[in-house]
Design a protein around this ligand. Sequence first.
Ligand SMILES: Nc1ncnc2c1ncn2[C@@H]1O[C@H](COP(=O)(O)OP(=O)(O)OP(=O)(O)O)[C@@H](O)[C@H]1O
Ligand SMILES: [Mg+2]
Length: 525
Amino acid sequence: MTDAETSNAGLEEARRLPLLESQLAALFDVSSVLSRSLELRDTLREVLRTLHEHGRLCLGMVSLLDDESGDLLVSALHDQDAAPFEKERYRPGEGVIGRILESDQRWILPRVGDEPRFLDRLNLFNPDLPFIGVPIRIGGEGAIGVFALQPPVADGLLEQRARFAEMVANLIGQAVRLSRSVEAEQRALREERDTLRRHLRGTHGFENIIGHTERMRMVFDQARQVAKWNTTVLLRGESGTGKELIANAIHYNSPRSRGPLVKLNCAALPDNLLESELFGHERGAFTGAVTQRKGRFEQADGGSLFLDEIGEITPAFQAKLLRVLQEGEFERVGGGRTIKVDVRVIAATNRNLEQEVKAGQFREDLYYRLNVMPIQMPALRERIEDVPDLARFLVEKIGKSQGRELSITDGALRVLMRYDWPGNVRELENCMERAAVMSEAGIIDRDVINLTGLDVGALPEPIMPSSTASTAVDLDDPDVDERERVIAALEQAGWVQAKAARLLKMTPRQIAYRIQTLNIRVKQF
Ligand SMILES: Nc1ncnc2c1ncn2[C@@H]1O[C@H](COP(=O)(O)OP(=O)(O)OP(=O)(O)O)[C@@H](O)[C@H]1O
Ligand SMILES: [Mg+2]
């Protein structure tokens, strides 16, 4: 090595060190930019700006392959002003950039203006300066984009600059991969949300609430009307009459249907828990409140809040609830900040609130706040004509869930219409489910209708058929419901069990067993 050569090499080294240093610093900045945000376009622009400022390059451009068109789209340029160019696209193979993508190879040009393939459609590049273009890759796949840059001077360090560009391109590749997988995940979630929403609207529409009687038509009318407004609704009626079903239908048929429907059963929690459940709490508000938590009112913002069993809350809590209903604002437990929400409240109760008000157990002001639009759900016994439709509907629903065809005979429907359903539609639903389980062939006939079943404890006395009706029953008719036959026989035998057993050609033990399992109340004389 001559002296001249040695000193040349030294000079080279001295020139190289500061570049290396600035490249390292730039790489550090780039990696921290990339780890900050997931909004790809902004991130890339920020990367290029960082490189422009600290990395000694006078122009940078990132183009990414567009999956749909197969073209390369300019995804980011180093400065904001270049935003209009971001609509530009290259075909694979077209120009220098297109060529790099197609060949999946880097390309270094000492003077870009000398390259015949150089198009400079965007009029961005300086034809007198070098050009470095490297493919952007994700994992082991081919190139998904091109990172192109122009250094500010034509020096002898092109190779080193190209290696630096490759490092940056690798980082960009990682960021693109991350952002695309997040995007894909979000798209999948959005699609799932929309499907669920459609499904919810389909299953919670008025079409799925059965009832043709005058009483039910009135309920539908009121619910449809009130759905359009933000009016507070109070659903009243016995257990199992469909209050929650109507609450769903009101929400999903309201302008808020795209917002959340949040539910809370007020009877399920003691006051202190109810308060933090409804209004949320700040961190450290009480033992166990390790993080801040939004309450149901906040969760329901923009949607509806269903407060079930509203009649069960204590007077102290009634006052708290009154304020939210009046002002639409509250504080989280342990917090001083007042939170405002936009929530439509649908409340439900099976209590007689007027009586509770009179007895001083329910605040009158809250009562009036809630009772703006009361909807009274009729008991099933008050609309017994709906039983056949309801039973058929429920049987079909159960059939779907069991994956088989189920049907119910007219004879069975007649039996159902003779009962008074203290547990309302829920009891009918349970009864149908039991019957479905018992009918192997899928046809529910009167023999599998067991009105006592699991509800036996909750049931009041079963209704007895009148004696004229029961004496008309032909005891030898195999189509007659078992329970009816036994009752008829008992009636005919003056409620002497041994006699009735003989009529039915049963032993006394057999009839005693049936009286018990069919929940027949034996008349005492
Ligand atoms: N009109 C109806 N048509 C179809 N299904 C109904 C109808 N009414 C009630 N149901 C069904 O009966 C069951 C009980 O209804 P829901 O839970 O709405 O009653 P509820 O009034 O809220 O009772 P509770 O006061 O006990 O909470 C549910 O499975 C519901 O789907
Ligand atoms: Mg309910």
